[in-house]
Write a protein that binds this ligand. Structure first.
Ligand code: AMP
Length: 489
């Protein structure tokens, strides 16, 4: 049975290759590097030129485990797109695995999407009224149907006219019979970069994918830009009405890989600076600084450096069990937090310890770590968090639970400290976080911290899908758009 989190939750990774004889293998390695962006399912679709059929392999599971050597005999061609999909549930659903592909009146098409469409309910209903039949419960399939609509395929402006129908967060790669297209929504919520490998072009959600395949970073796809790559070269179009940039700040805090550069800022270095800012905002007298691996490592380095307190990596992570959020129930989630990290108690016995993590969501990780440290004989336990308190849902592609379940909404600062069992708790503030990244504050989406949503979200897509399955919509209420915190540019 589908459960509530089968619905639009798209912390995904996309990848594309144009013009390389080993397009599928490059995509495999690209997706391997993007695995942190999604572990539920993965897929590659390839094409070898004009009228030959698209080849597709999609399976549930990790990139390194699901693709077999023989798949690459099937996945021929010099064009490829690939996708890794994030899961917030244990339930398996191959229907939602991407890329989505179809044979349309305009020819074969395949798409892979990272982000959340906010007008998905309206689009899907309109398409269904015109006869479209959907297989998945994911909003991304709508993009394929829009591109396939005969009235949009006939216009000279194809496919840009179809893309203009989309609203929300989208970084998409599209493969047609003669081209690869990379598109970012006008707010630029999610990343997408362009690289070059020999004569081939590559597109990836994060630059760490270029490093692995030896591609050179060329530039980011701009917010609102569509890059069309075909025989004539690369063409840049800006088909959308421009809006202020609203890049997801949480990509820097947690989601992106530390070796990636987002908007030309290295993620690990931004995290080190967040740790330094945090140390200046909430200094503490302590004997050791201890990161929660892997998410707190770089901020802990910055914190330790700033206050000159030794950095001791006393938590040892078992890398072979996915991310905490993969487990669907609270019972299993707690277990996986415990199974993930083991503490070397000799580092902490009798010490005043500062523990650094990037964020607190439900508080499960932080609470368990404090218990571990107390049991191991730590004299004092101070928690420092390298982003502000999470109080609001994300509608643009990061999975945060219902705001009522966010710890910062359940307690005052003092109560929260008592609940976590810590001696003190300190969060970084918005200004420090933004300073650490070195990009203007009004170029970010900060909605999960501030509640200032750059655009309204229509939660009715979730309702639509769930009501059809006779389930109660779990999802968050429609939000009221507050006046923007920052002037729109
Ligand atoms: P929690 O235990 O619920 O407080 O979650 C906090 C931990 O989960 C931190 O260690 C974060 O690094 C990590 N985290 C934060 N946001 C997410 C997310 N959207 N998906 C998965 N993990 C997350």
């Amino acid at each position: 049975m589908l459960n509530s989190h089968d619905y639009p939750s798209h912390e995904c990774g996309v990848f594309a290759v144009y013009g390389h004889p080993n397009a599928a293998l490059l995509s495999y390695y690209g997706l391997f590097a993007l695995q942190h962006r999604g572990q539920e399912s993965s897929g590659i679709v390839t094409h070898s030129g004009k009228k030959t059929p698209f080849q597709s392999v999609k399976r549930m599971g990790l990139v390194s485990q699901i693709f077999k050597e023989e798949d690459f005999e099937q996945l021929r061609g010099s064009y490829a797109i690939g996708h890794v999909r994030y899961s917030t549930t244990g339930s398996s659903n191959l229907f939602n695995a991407q890329p989505f592909s179809a044979d349309t009146s305009r020819g074969q098409l395949a798409i892979a999407h990272n982000g959340n469409l906010i007008n998905a309910a309206r689009l899907r209903t309109e398409l269904e009224m015109k006869g479209s039949i959907f297989q998945a419960t994911s909003d991304s399939e709508i993009i394929l149907h829009l591109l396939a609509q005969p009235h949009t395929t006939k216009t000279k402006e194809y496919p840009l006219a179809a893309l203009r129908e989309l609203e929300g967060a989208f970084s998409i790669v599209i493969m047609g019979e003669n081209e690869i297209i990379g598109v970012r929504d006008p707010h630029g919520f999610r990343p997408l970069s362009l690289g070059k490998l020999d004569d081939a072009w590559v597109l990836a959600s994060e630059t760490c994918a270029f490093d692995l395949i030896g591609a050179e970073f060329v530039r980011d796809v701009e917010p609102g830009e569509a890059l069309i790559i075909n025989e004539s070269g690369i063409q840049s179009e800006f088909p959308f009405k421009m809006s202020r940039e609203a890049f997801c700040i949480f990509e820097y805090v947690y989601f992106a890989r530390p070796d990636s550069n987002l908007r030309n800022i290295n993620v690990s270095q931004a995290r080190v600076r967040m740790g330094q800012e945090l140390a200046r905002l909430h200094p503490v007298e302590a004997d050791i600084v201890l990161p929660i691996p892997d998410s707190g490592i770089y901020a802990a380095l910055g914190f330790s450096e700033e206050l000159n307190i030794p950095y001791e990596p006393a938590f040892v992570r078992n890398h072979y069990i996915g991310r905490t959020f993969i487990q669907p129930t609270q019972l299993v989630r707690d277990f996986s937090v415990r199974v993930k990290l083991n503490l070397i108690s000799s580092y902490v016995r009798g010490k005043r310890v500062v523990v650094i993590d990037d964020s607190i969501v439900r508080g499960t990780t932080a609470k368990n770590r404090v218990i571990n440290l107390r049991e191991a004989g730590a004299k004092e336990v101070h928690l420092r968090i390298s982003c502000p308190p999470h109080r609001h849902a994300c509608y643009y592609g990061i999975d945060f639970p219902d705001p009522q379940k966010l710890l910062a909404n359940q307690y005052s600062q003092e109560e929260l400290c008592a609940y976590l069992g810590a001696d003190s708790v300190g969060y970084l503030d918005i200004e420090g976080m933004v300073r650490a990244i070195r990009r203007p504050q009004n170029s970010f989406c900060l909605a999960c911290f501030t509640g200032d949503y750059p655009m309204p979200f229509d939660a009715s897509f979730d309702k639509l899908i769930m009501e059809r399955r006779g389930e109660q919509a779990h999802f968050l209420p429609d939000i009221k758009i507050q006046p923007p915190l920052f002037p729109q540019s």
